[in-house]
Design a protein around this ligand. Sequence first.
Ligand code: GDP
Ligand code: GDP
Length: 438
Amino acid sequence: MLPVIALVGRPNVGKSTLFNRLTRSRDALVADLPGLTRDRKYGQGQLDECSYIVIDTGGITGDEAGIDKAMAQQSLYAIEEADVVLFIVDGRSGLNQADEMIADHLRRSNKPFRLVVNKTDGIDENVAMADFYGLGVGQPIPIAASHGRGVSQLMELVLEPYLLLSIKDEAEKDDYKDTIRIAIIGRPNVGKSTLVNRMLGEERVVVFDQAGTTRDSIYIPYEREDKKYTLIDTAGVRRRKHITEAVEKFSIVKTLQAIRDSNVVVMVVDAREGVTEQDLHMLGFIIDSGRALVIALNKWDGMTSEHKEKVREQIRRRLEFVAFARMHFISAKHGTGVGDLYGSIHEAFDSAMAKWSTNKLTRLLEDIVADHQPPSVHTHRIKLRYAHQGGSNPPIIVVHGNQTDSLPISYKRYLENRFVKLLKIRGTPIRFEFKTGD
Ligand code: GDP
Ligand code: GDP
């Protein structure tokens, strides 16, 4: 499971600056709660092998009414969702009453948290921190988010317990070899629950009644035509106990965890609304995770042919960057097209898990290079010698040669396209690494 880290503190202490430094902000997902000026923002970060989720919040002023109250509410949600809270304070403005209030809340919340003193650039760190010992919440950690100073040390400290776990996770994955793990994800109300019910409808399903928090998905193992699957249900349809869950059955943390934990993601989009910004951000996360992908355009029933044509056109434009994924027009409500998803799920899974010998990859590389040679740099031709497979789900192809650092992007694209075509890869992103030497 990805550890979840929440950034909490007063407005203007530097939470967003830290968030941007920890994540690739282009992929920030914003919680879909209407009527708030500043929602929770979600991003993904990475330290060595350990990926994590970061949540940014609007801030707590200690003086909550109106909009501020909504902002504080966001922070409270974020604290609830987090494994670890980073409590950020401003080393320049010193201790403030709102800081005391937040410290108080955190102490009572039973969440692990760390006190982080930001903006310590160009000032005496020890002086800046002195004030904050008074909060009585442990040793403050100094950083300068805008310069990046102290940030990786901070994350090493915070993520230490998870670094070991993430290695173990990888090993455990082997136990699941004979089952395809399918995550059903999508924005609220696109029809995930309806689809989950439909996919499980005719099957004999054994549901393990897992205890867990609202941020956990339900894992449903089942069989269909003698093949084994585990459905990762982010909509929580099969969770009967927690009725209150309806309040926030959609959770971004849950979505990101599910993507991470799956082999194949079925991304559900509401065809009537078309592809939204939020959908695109979610797809961005799926690509980053390297998971195989099938796109289901749902609610394709009862649409006029003009409307359908308009949606098709928009999809062609907006989803070009995920052209590797099969697209299905379905109606979860009526069941139309749902069975066909399985063909694409299998195709994507098989591509994502395929194993190729070094011999085969090297032969292909030689053919591809013979068709079209890499360019020369400083009169020396770049040589590509052999290729081997570096991983699966997503497949990684490692190409060895000399001066591979100088390979132009256009040539890398050519290689990638040809490999994808020759290996008949469909439904999964594929990664290439280039190594010079040996
Ligand atoms: P947020 O409201 O907590 O998200 O705060 P922001 O990230 O928007 O930052 C508030 C202000 O503090 C901005 O003007 C930032 O440029 C500035 N800031 C953030 N981090 C640092 C830092 O490490 N050093 C200094 N000097 N300024 C910072
Ligand atoms: P979730 O929030 O993504 O789990 O979405 P739900 O499965 O709860 O569906 C949201 C609404 O869309 C419900 O009113 C469903 O009945 C409706 N819905 C789901 N799938 C379809 C579909 O294929 N066609 C139509 N017309 N409505 C659908």
